[in-house]
Structures are given as structure tokens and as C-alpha cells.
Design a protein around this ligand. Structure first.
Ligand SMILES: [Fe+2]
Ligand SMILES: [Fe+2]
Length: 224
């Protein structure tokens, strides 16, 4: 990631200062952090030969599910908005790169899927390639595409993206996403994200969404 987000907090997580500007990218950065967090969990599970565990399969299914929703949201509600505004060749090339990288990640994900049946070196290699590709894409997005959002769309355009994400999913789906997003997130992030929600949804998060997310074993098989 860029120099501004290589600092680690006490839990070893990357911490970004908000880039200077009017757009609040908190949710995008946290989503990327959540994907990176789960990629580390996936790499550990593959290295330890735990790919047959239900908890690891659940974790992998969660990555695929949330990544699909994340990329569809960008493809439907971010890049098209920018296409209407940008004219400079370098900026258009960045949008082409974003869409191309989304397309390149799909077959790498399919390779991981296929390798789950055998595990071993093929799974570790597939996971490594998938994780590196996704991490690089998110780095490109943060360093090259989000500044275009700041410059061309501003808070109003970014709000349309948030509205798309909230409006294209049911409440249970949004609740699962929030619980996944905040799984092991620092308290400061948790406080900020929950503070963005209407009070009734904050209550639902604590009483329903988070307990439901945590009820299913994910990445770690509980010892009875
Ligand atoms: Fe993203
Ligand atoms: Fe993306």
C-alpha cells in the first residue's frame, strides 16, 4: 500500500490516515482491510493443511461472497460514474485498469476453488497468486482510482455509491457485511462505522447481525 497506510497499530493492523480531501473513504478502506485480513487467514489455513475444515470452507465462501458484492458495487456504481466525468488519457487508463484487474482476479479465484479439493502445494500456490493479485489491485485502486473519485465525484458522488450498496442488498445481507467488516477491526473503526448507522440498525447489529455472524465457525474450528 502507499506510504500513508503502512503504519501498523498495536494489533499489527495497517492503519491509514484519511487522505486529505472531502470524501470519507473509511468504508472502502475497511473493506479492503477485511479482505486482506481474510487473505492472511486463508494463507495460514492452506499452509497448515486445514482446507477440509468446515470453518475454513465457510471463511473462503465468505471471501468470495463479499468480494463479489464489492466488485459489483464498484463496477456498477463507481467506474460508470467516473467514465462520465474523466477525459484525460491517464485517468481513462486507470478506469480500464480497474475493470481489467477485476476480470483477472476471477480466474485466480476459480483456481483456488478447484485446489480446495486437493490442498497441498497447488492450493498454497493458488492462494498466493490470488492474494497477491487482489492485494495489488486494491493498492492500485487506493492510489490511482480513489483520487479520481475525490477529484471528479466528491462526497455527493461517493454517497451515490454508498446508497447503491445499501439499496441493492437486503438488511440481513448488509448486517452480515457489517459484522464481517468489523470482525477484529480496531475499536476506533467499530465506533466510527456503527456511528454512521441509524440507531435502530445499531441495535440490530449488536443484538442480531454480529451474533449471527459469529455463530457460524469461520476460519477456526471451535474446540469442544
Ligand atoms: Fe475496492
Ligand atoms: Fe476493486
Amino acid at each position: 500500500m502507499s506510504s500513508q497506510d503502512t503504519e501498523l497499530d498495536s494489533a499489527g493492523k495497517r492503519f491509514r490516515d484519511q487522505p486529505p480531501g472531502a470524501v470519507d473513504f473509511t468504508v472502502m478502506f475497511l473493506t479492503h482491510d477485511a479482505l486482506l485480513r481474510d487473505l492472511r487467514r486463508l494463507e495460514a489455513a492452506a499452509a497448515e493443511g486445514r482446507h477440509g475444515e468446515e470453518a475454513v470452507r465457510n471463511g473462503w465462501d465468505t471471501i468470495k461472497h463479499e468480494l463479489h458484492i464489492h466488485h459489483v458495487g464498484e463496477d456498477e456504481a463507481v467506474w460508470p460514474q467516473l467514465r462520465e466525468k474523466v477525459t484525460a488519457p491517464g485517468e481513462l487508463a486507470t478506469l480500464d485498469l480497474m475493470e481489467a484487474e477485476h476480470g483477472q482476479i476471477d480466474p485466480l479465484q476459480a483456481r483456488v476453488d478447484a485446489a480446495f479439493t486437493t490442498g497441498g502445494a497447488e492450493l498454497q500456490s493458488a492462494v498466493k497468486e490470488f492474494a497477491a493479485s487482489l492485494a495489488l489491485h486494491m493498492e492500485h485502486e487506493e492510489d490511482r482510482a480513489l483520487p479520481l473519485v475525490e477529484h471528479h465525484l466528491g462526497p455527493e458522488g461517493w454517497a451515490k455509491y454508498h446508497q447503491y450498496m445499501m439499496g441493492s442488498q437486503g438488511m440481513d445481507e448488509v448486517g452480515f457485511y457489517l459484522a464481517w467488516l468489523l470482525d477484529d477491526a480496531p475499536d476506533s473503526a467499530r465506533t466510527k462505522v456503527l456511528g454512521m448507522l441509524p440507531p435502530p440498525v445499531q441495535g440490530l447489529f449488536q443484538q442480531s447481525f454480529e451474533p449471527a455472524y459469529r455463530a457460524a465457525p469461520r476460519w477456526t474450528t471451535p474446540t469442544v
